[in-house]
Ligand binder design. Structure first.
Ligand SMILES: C[S@@+](CC[C@H](N)C(=O)[O-])C[C@H]1O[C@@H](n2cnc3c(N)ncnc32)[C@H](O)[C@@H]1O
Length: 263
């Protein structure tokens, strides 16, 4: 019988479940994640609509957002609205989030970087419908546009022209297929495979995104990726238009890969 953890029961209670309903759930064999049961997940202090068509946002992704925000503030002096040097900095800054899923990252970035336009894209229309709901709920529709695209391939740059400066952020599927197939039931049977399975070595999507980004007429100023800290990422050195470094997550694991344009 699957026992529910204390935080899971609290989450259900906070979202209207009665003690009897929770007891019945525990007595059943239902392993559905509580976020799908309530239709809501939390990331970076905000609640987001979720459903089986999107990954449940993970706590590790909060720092991915933070890294993008720090970079944006540093490079574009976004906070320094009254800086006398402001005129030196680009007028329009845009961030493309590739594989936006629920839209939690795009919405969080919009809140962290009020002067920045965000384009969230995903290959899944069902995911984009949920992202749209989150953009509306958090009232960032003036800042976040959503579009369907296979990585950057279908991105209509005429409709979404890269701004004076732009960056890319992506938390793409990175689990090698054989590891995906061995994942615990509560992940594999409930969360979308499209959000998790990164192909034979786990790098299918990341490699393809980097190839696309490297061949754009104008390079992104920086690319931020969430990765598996145990993976050998040496292949990224072939994308030498970018200087690559890794940043650590709250557990000290090198979970973020950042490439800054050297051209
Ligand atoms: C790991 S989930 C991340 C979702 C969200 N950004 C987050 O961090 O919670 C990866 C997302 O990439 C999307 N995806 C998978 N293949 C894609 C592709 N070829 N082009 C665009 N998005 C893709 C999936 O639909 C999924 O929403």
């Amino acid at each position: 019988m699957p026992r529910r953890l204390v935080w899971e029961k609290n989450w259900l209670r906070q979202h209207g479940w009665s003690s009897d309903q929770i007891t019945a759930l525990e007595a059943s064999q239902d392993e559905t994640p509580v976020e799908y049961l309530t239709g809501v997940a939390e990331m970076a202090g905000r609640e987001f609509w979720v459903g089986p068509d999107v990954l449940i946002p993970r706590v590790e992704t909060e720092k991915l957002c933070q890294l993008v925000a720090w970079w944006g503030q540093k490079v574009f002096r976004i906070e320094s609205k009254f800086s006398p040097n402001l005129a030196k900095f680009p007028a329009r800054v845009e961030i493309f989030e590739v594989g936006c899923g629920s839209g939690a990252v795009s919405v969080t970035l919009a809140k962290m970087l009020p002067g920045v336009q965000i384009v969230g894209s995903d290959i899944s229309r069902a995911a984009l419908a949920i992202a749209e709901r989150n953009v509306a709920t958090h009232q960032v529709g003036a800042q976040v546009r959503l579009t369907q695209s296979d990585l950057l391939a279908g991105m209509d740059f005429a409709a979404f022209p890269p701004a004076d400066e732009f960056g890319i952020v992506a938390n793409l599927p990175y689990i090698p297929t054989k590891d995906y197939l061995a994942l615990e039931t509560s992940v594999r049977e409930f969360e979308p495979r499209l959000a998790l399975d990164g192909g034979a070595d786990g790098f299918d999507l990341i490699r393809r995104l980097l190839a696309q980004a490297s061949s754009l007429a104008r390079l992104p100023r920086a690319i931020f990726l969430e990765v598996d800290p145990s993976h050998d990422l040496s292949f990224v050195s072939e994308f030498d238009q970018f200087a690559w470094r890794q940043e650590r997550d709250i557990n000290g694991l090198a979970r973020y890969l950042i490439g800054e344009s050297v051209l």
